[in-house]
Ligand binder design. Sequence first.
Ligand code: DI6
Ligand code: FE
Length: 413
Amino acid sequence: MNRNAEMDDSSLWRNARLATLREDLGPLGIIEKGAVAVRGGRIVYAGAEDDLPSDLSSADQVIDCEGRWMTPALIDCHTHLVHGGNRAREFQLRLEGATYEEIARAGGGIVSTVKATNALSVEELVAAALPRLDALLLEGVSTVEVKSGYGLNIDAELKMLRAARQLERLRPVRIVTSYLAAHATPPEYKGRNADYIDDVVLPGLSQAHAEGLVDAVDGFCEGIAFSPAEMARVFDGARAIGLPVKLHAEQLSNLGGAKLAASYGALSADHLEYLDADGAAAMAKAGTVAVLLPGAFYTLRETQLPPVETLRTAGTRIAVATDCNPGTSPLTSLLLTMNMSATLFRLTLEECLAGVTREAARALGILQETGTLEAGKSADLALWNIEAPAELIYRIGLNPLSERVFKGERIAR
Ligand code: DI6
Ligand code: FE
């Protein structure tokens, strides 16, 4: 980059209250009268305005934040954003008394989303996902993890991942993908999980990886899905090609999935309502982040709370995410997710906010790049019209975003 281009790229946000989320600066990493200087899309200074180096005090663009609060841009580290159709009709039927089983027998449930997803082209999947993505972005989100897992055959799994990658070209957002062919057993492989893994999951993973479509490998470890032994085979496949793993674990029962994930050095284990102390300790030791998903807990009217105190005692890192999916969490708001995490799970303000920034970045393996306000990282920022950070988790349905910045670029609401 030549000197002029670099100058064109310089911005300074001043007179801001910063919640940097830097751990070495105490709860929320607060700096009361702060400034953030950006060059070429990267933060070169985030700290007290009084200490701003003089060579950074001028910039092409100087934004007076008028005392507004700035946080790192938000990160949704667990979504099934790309899928066909919706399950609103099913939701309605359940209100009228139908059980989940009856609906599944009538061709509903996850199988209906698999059908709807298989019926769409990449372009149609992208078009279906964009309104959901836009809803997230409007609340200050700049990074979204997107899973496959509603294809359940090689072509359709690849199609979902191509659609996910395409989203990054259409919007100012960072997309991180997870290969989730081990989400459910398709009807044609009913009772034959091992064959499905051999015929579809593992060869599909090689193909998707060869196309550069996969950032991590995920699975659903549950009685109704894949056992720990079956997931271990999938994880061995991921390890063989150098991909990190993560797991939907302990959502409906305790099969020891989190412990298995930790033994593979997983980035995260997600859901975890039925996690025990052993699993939490194994995760803490491996640096595996616990991703809590209150949208699914709420939608399923689950009563088993995730063991938050056990996670705290073990020192397990905690992130929170929408789990945006048509069946169990039709949720596209990280602000509401934070509110639910506080109200339903009793997470503290610090845990909620870290859970959608620093810890979410850690859960995606991109903490070096984003997730805190810190020199050297991508300039992914969110500026809020609030008097105190607690307002971000307290309100229900009000969006106080003033502006979002992605890689140094200002994006109006
Ligand atoms: N856990 C869930 O709750 C969803 N997937 C998963 O792994 C269910 C997805 C669906 O019902 O479509
Ligand atoms: Fe999920």
